[in-house]
Write a protein of this length. Sequence first.
Length: 115
Amino acid sequence: QVQLVESGGGLVQAGGSLRLSCAVSESLFSFPITGWHRQAPGNQRELVARFVSGGKVEYADSVKGRFTISRDNAKNTLALQMNSLKPEDTAVYYCHSIKRYMNYWGQGIQVTVSS
């Protein structure tokens, strides 16, 4: 059973930074797609950033230039560096992977940005 465990969330003031990490129970090479989504209260879950096949990276327009996704294949971890945070970035952030048409999600971690 694939397990994804997020860490690093918390409360930060607007303009600040946070770094999220996701520990994955299998090699990242097993997953053609890995990344981060988020869900704010009353909103649908949305893509934040992800790696797709061919080593390409996709970002939501709302986070381009502020967030950076990275991976450590040796440690089977994903990270999301979030800079210049805004109150509208407040959400539960989820680590996500797809393998063989199956979706795997972490338990989610809260990020709160105060104004």
